[in-house]
Design a protein around this ligand. Structure first.
Ligand code: FMN
Length: 186
C-alpha cells in the first residue's frame, strides 16, 4: 500500500479483537510516528504504550478519578469508566513536551506531536491494524497525567486504541476540501 492509498483508506475503527499485537509491530508504528516534521528538531512527542495489565492499572485510575468527581455514581457506570482502558489490546497515549527554550512555541510542539499521531495511524493501517484516536476527559485528568508520568501542565493529545479489526470494515465516504478552501490566484 502506498502513502496515498493509506491516507484514503484509513478510517477510525473502534471494534477490535482482543488478540495481542507483537511488540515489533508496535515498535514499527512508533518508528513511523517519530518521522514527523518538528520545528527545531525538538522531537516533542512522548509515548506511553499500555498493554496487558498496564491497561488495567490505567482503568483503575480512570475509575478512581470518576468516583472522586461523582461519588454517587452507580457501579455500572464505574465499570464502564474502568473498561475504557480495555477497549483494545494496545493503547498508546501521546503527550507533548513543554517548550524547553524561548524560541520553541508550544503550539508548534502540539502540531508536531499531532503529525506523529497521524503517521502512527497510517502505519497501523498499513500493518492491517485498526486504530482510533480518542481524547475525552482522560486527556485532561491530572490523575491520569500523573499515572502516565506527565506533568500537570503537559498536554495529552491522543489515546490511540489499536488492535486487529473485528469483522468487516465497510468503507466510509471521504470528505471534500471544497468548503474549506479558498484559492488566491491574483
Ligand atoms: C484530536 C482528536 C481527538 C479525537 N477524540 C475522539 C474521541 O474522544 N472519541 C471519538 O470517538 N473519536 C475521536 N476522534 C476521532 C474522530 O472522531 C475521527 O477521526 C473523525 O470522526 C473522522 O473519522 P475517520 O478517522 O474515520 O476519518 C478524535 C480525533 C482527533 C484528531
Amino acid at each position: 500500500m502506498d502513502a496515498i492509498e493509506a491516507i484514503f483508506t484509513r478510517q477510525s475503527i473502534g471494534k477490535v479483537k482482543p488478540d495481542p499485537v507483537p511488540a515489533e509491530v508496535i515498535e514499527r508504528l512508533l518508528l513511523a510516528a517519530v518521522q514527523a516534521p518538528n520545528h527545531y528538531k525538538v522531537r516533542p512527542w512522548r509515548f506511553v504504550v499500555l498493554t496487558g495489565a498496564g491497561r488495567e492499572h490505567l482503568g483503575q485510575v480512570l475509575a478512581e478519578s470518576f468516583l472522586a468527581k461523582f461519588p454517587e455514581v452507580p457501579p455500572g457506570a464505574l465499570e464502564k469508566e474502568r473498561n475504557k482502558a480495555l477497549r483494545s489490546p494496545v493503547l498508546i497515549v501521546v503527550g507533548v513536551d513543554k517548550p524547553s527554550e524561548p524560541r520553541v512555541v508550544e503550539i508548534e510542539n502540539i502540531c508536531a506531536a499531532s503529525a506523529a499521531c497521524q503517521n502512527l495511524l497510517l502505519a497501523a493501517h498499513t500493518e492491517g491494524l485498526a486504530a482510533k484516536w480518542r481524547t475525552g476527559s482522560p486527556a485532561t485528568d491530572p490523575a491520569v497525567k500523573q499515572f502516565l508520568g506527565f506533568e500537570p501542565d503537559q498536554h495529552l493529545i491522543a489515546f490511540i486504541y489499536i488492535g486487529y479489526p473485528e469483522g468487516e470494515v465497510p468503507p466510509v465516504e471521504r470528505p471534500s476540501f471544497d468548503d474549506r478552501t479558498v484559492w488566491m490566484k491574483e
